[in-house]
Design a protein around this ligand. Sequence first.
Ligand SMILES: C[S@@+](CC[C@H](N)C(=O)[O-])C[C@H]1O[C@@H](n2cnc3c(N)ncnc32)[C@H](O)[C@@H]1O
Length: 218
Amino acid sequence: MEPTRWAGVARDGRELFTPNAEPGHRVYGEELRTAAGTEYRRWDPFRSKLAAFLLREPAGDLLTAPRTALYLGGAHGTTVSHLSDLWPASSIFVVEKSPTSFVSLLALARRRANLLPLLADAQLPERYRADVGEVEFLYQDVAQRDQVAIFTENADASLARPGRGILMLKIRSVTQRRPAGNVVREARERLGRAGFRIDAEEALAPFARDHVALAVRR
Ligand SMILES: C[S@@+](CC[C@H](N)C(=O)[O-])C[C@H]1O[C@@H](n2cnc3c(N)ncnc32)[C@H](O)[C@@H]1O
């Protein structure tokens, strides 16, 4: 097991791992492996777009631990469980609108004190901005038509200045017809108009088809 340039993330060949914050427990059936007295969880790039993004070796310090973070689209907690491993001292607010997924998130948050789940619609940040306050990091992975507007509206509501974020853009949720390149260019332009600079941009195929990851700051 070797260290990587992302604090806490280890790798063995092409496989990434995070130190397990709940030794002996799996979150989504992932492999557990012990090396030098530390138990690690394998971070599956087919299950987590963030792992797929890291395997593309993006530029920038995108995983520096923030004091507080807002994660939109937590689902069952696959990716956020790895952030929870990496950022033990952070407070990570996790927004999810599906009550079914939220049940899994709640169970995860009972075991991991740095996760703070909110059953809410990310399209309505005004409903939770008072609970969340100001965050240093914004992560979004929601398959919605207006993903860029959801990101910039949540940034306006809660992201500190300076602040960092990652937008996982699902192209086919934006349009079925227009070429992918146009959708990504338009997203870049809209993020630029909202005051964001793009630090890294990577297509996530073959792990997640039709997705582009954008690491941004403003
Ligand atoms: C692709 S899944 C997220 C996977 C997760 N980020 C991970 O990597 O473990 C997208 C999630 O976004 C949620 N979602 C979609 N629209 C949403 C919205 N407007 N507000 C909150 N959650 C939303 C869905 O219910 C779904 O659980």
